[in-house]
Design a protein around this ligand. Structure first.
Ligand code: FUB
Ligand code: ZN
Length: 630
């Protein structure tokens, strides 16, 4: 069933200014600073076993839980991000840091292959006794992704071998066979990692284990019930008290609503889409499509954020998308990008690329400061100015997630199928791609997302016939294209312009995706957005920040008839396009000491300037709003 395969990031060179700047920042600033933070917070030290058990660094909460239990995952994610950096540019000092961590992990690994620094240090007798809460397999999944990425980047397989020994242990422990535990993790992640391990090694056992974990989830008798009873705990006495939280309330094929913890959900859907492709499993694909429609039609922020609620870090009700309390965890949008990429491989449908792009350019990028060292965990769409990015977090999951996605962003640009190259993302990239039995070098030059003028040059080794499929974003109804200066009929097929011809050296395709500032409105059922408007230009959603206004954005109104103008500001925030309009501000002068009056406030003219959402909060504490009163 898998019709398209992603072109791995290391086979695509980013050349455009937007992503080059973000990538350089992550490689030169974010990854080194994260290593320093991991060291400063005792996380690297926690890998050094055996040793006397030190005091907890992160105190337990009222559920007796500490996020320190998943420190191994932070290490795994950092190794993965660092491995992407090495694929771009080898760096002896960075490799030495990774090798030193591998020394510790190799040393820590138990003779039977088990490897979990928390359990081995603090609860050696409690292995695999609380899969529901304690992230044992989640930690393994992230270490595994790190190992696979490091192997791809360097061909060094020491960590990969450690993790294969561990996965052999996991495969022997879990499964439907006699004496095996019929368990799976309360925080999905290992499933998608095992698919990567299968791809790296070709060993089917790892794919089978991923399938087992996905298929067993939600089966009765419920494993988490059995495990709880074995621990002697009362029913329902756990952090969320519901299996929706971990999407284990039903077998995955029966799930039709996106519920619970958003990151868990997105990692699980990613693995489901992977397995649908691997096994040609139409039922699993259908489940993915149903869940995709559900979340993107009723539960997604305009910025590509997911999960409005802090209390479960996840989903609530349809159309419940509060702006000032939005959780919209950075990790959830990163994981949504993973899922969308898998869906693009199952089916070349522009809706996947459109929303991948929406999440990537907005909620994901907002998670990292311009200087690459500060982060948002939750991504509000309305702020009174009290939120600011932080340097680190007691639960630093989002930091390495945003780093690993930006470090590998080139891997989302292209897809390959029999006789076809699909271009999903634009922004300036070059790649040498295998197609129709030969090789073609494809160069795409653009300053996307600032301009939609895109120039593609094809250099096949020999003249060759294949299809070049170009995503035409749904926000762009007026796209045009030319081949060697001749207009092409614009008849996109499910969001892609598919051009089949004999391609020769030096052929050029010019694609123009006009980007005009435009207005977006939410379904009236989103009560928080009624009477409000959001602004966008191309893939970017905009917001108003107080620093650019005469008043806080909450005191502004953008009349429906106001024209929007886009302006390139070379000296602002490294060069961005701002949107401006003649807006109206509330006149507060008659409201001094008055709470209620019998007529509304007067308004005065006031200019609006809006900046891309992803770049907000880079100029100090600052009120901000995405959905403006109209
Ligand atoms: O539980 C591990 C990670 O920490 C989750 O994915 C995030 O939501 C945060 O809770
Ligand atoms: Zn996170």
């Amino acid at each position: 069933m898998r019709r398209y395969a992603s072109v791995t990031f290391s086979d695509v060179k980013i050349t455009g200014p937007f992503w080059t700047e973000r990538l350089d920042c992550v490689l030169t600033r974010t990854i080194p600073s994260q290593h320093a933070q991991l060291a400063a917070h005792g996380i690297l030290d926690s890998l050094k076993l055996p040793k006397p058990v030190p005091p907890l660094r992160i105190p337990r909460n009222k559920h007796n839980f500490t996020t320190q239990i998943f420190w191994d995952s932070d290490v795994g994610k950092w190794i993965e991000a660092a491995a992407y950096a090495l694929s771009h540019r080898r760096d002896a000092a960075l490799e030495a840091q990774i090798e030193s961590i591998i020394d510790d992990l190799e040393q820590a690994q138990a003779p039977d292959g088990y490897l979990n620094c928390w359990y081995q240090e603090r609860e050696p007798d409690n292995r695999w006794t609380n899969l529901r809460d304690n992230h044992e397999l989640y930690n393994a999944g992230h270490l595994l992704e790190g190992a696979v990425a490091y192997f791809h980047a360097t061909r060094r397989d020491r960590l990969l071998k450690v993790m294969m020994r561990y996965m052999d242990h996991v495969a022997a422990t879990f499964g439907p066979g006699p004496g095996q535990k019929r368990g799976y993790c309360g925080h999905q992640e290992i499933e998608l990692a095992l698919v990567k391990l299968f791809h790296a090694t070709g060993i089917v056992k790892y794919l089978d284990l991923a399938s087992y974990f996905i298929d067993e989830r939600g089966a009765q008798p419920h494993y988490f019930d059995l495990e709880r009873a074995a621990r002697g705990e009362p029913v329902g006495a756990f952090i969320q008290g519901t299996y929706e939280y971990s999407q284990s309330h039903l077998p995955v094929r029966q799930q039709t609503k996106v519920v619970g913890h958003a990151v868990r959900a997105m990692y699980m859907y990613t693995a489901m889409a992977d397995l649908a492709a691997e096994h040609d499993d139409a039922g699993l694909k259908r489940a993915c499509e149903t869940l995709w429609d559900d979340v993107t039609r009723t539960r997604m922020y305009v910025t590509g954020g997911f999960g409005p609620s802090a209390s479960n870090e996840g989903f609530t009700r349809d159309y419940d998308l509060p702006n000032d309390t939005a959780y919209a965890e950075t990790c959830a949008s990163v994981a949504f990008v993973f899922w969308a990429a898998r869906m693009m491989n199952l089916d070349l449908d522009g809706r996947y690329g459109d929303l991948l792009e929406r999440a990537l350019y907005n909620n994901v990028l907002a998670g990292l400061s311009r200087d690459g060292t500060q982060y948002f965990y939750d991504n509000k769409l309305d702020s009174d100015g009290t939120q600011y990015r932080w340097d680190w977090h007691p639960c630093p999951c989002c930091t390495m997630n945003v780093a690993r996605l930006i470090g590998s962003v080139a891997g989302y640009f292209y897809g390959l199928a029999e006789g076809e190259i699909a271009v999903h993302l634009y922004g300036g990239a070059t790649s040498r791609l295998p197609v129709a039995g030969g090789w073609v070098t494809l160069s795409e030059v653009s300053t996307y997302p600032w301009s939609g003028d895109i120039a593609l040059t094809l250099e096949p080794e020999d003249c060759v016939r294949f299809t070049l499929s170009l995503r035409i974003p749904a926000w762009c109804p007026a796209a045009t294209a030319q081949i060697n200066g001749q207009a092409v009929a614009m008849i996109p097929d499910k969001g892609y312009l598919r051009i089949t011809r004999d391609w020769a050296k030096g052929d050029t395709v010019t694609l123009v995706l006009p980007m005009r500032p435009s207005r977006l409105y939410a379904n009236p059922a989103v009560r928080q957005d009624q009477g409000r408007v959001a602004l966008r230009r191309g893939p970017l959603v905009y917001c108003a920040e107080a620093v650019d206004l005469e008043v806080a954005p909450q005191m502004l109104r953008l009349p429906a008839e106001a024209d929007l103008t886009d302006i390139w500001c070379a000296d602002l925030l490294g060069g961005i396009i701002t949107l401006t309009a003649a807006a109206r501000k509330v006149d507060t002068s008659l409201w001094e000491g008055v709470l209620y009056r019998d007529h509304p406030p007067d308004e005065r003219p006031s200019p609006l300037m809006a900046v891309p959402y992803y770049i907000w909060s880079n100029r100090g504490s600052n009120a901000m709003q995405v959905w403006l009163r109209e």
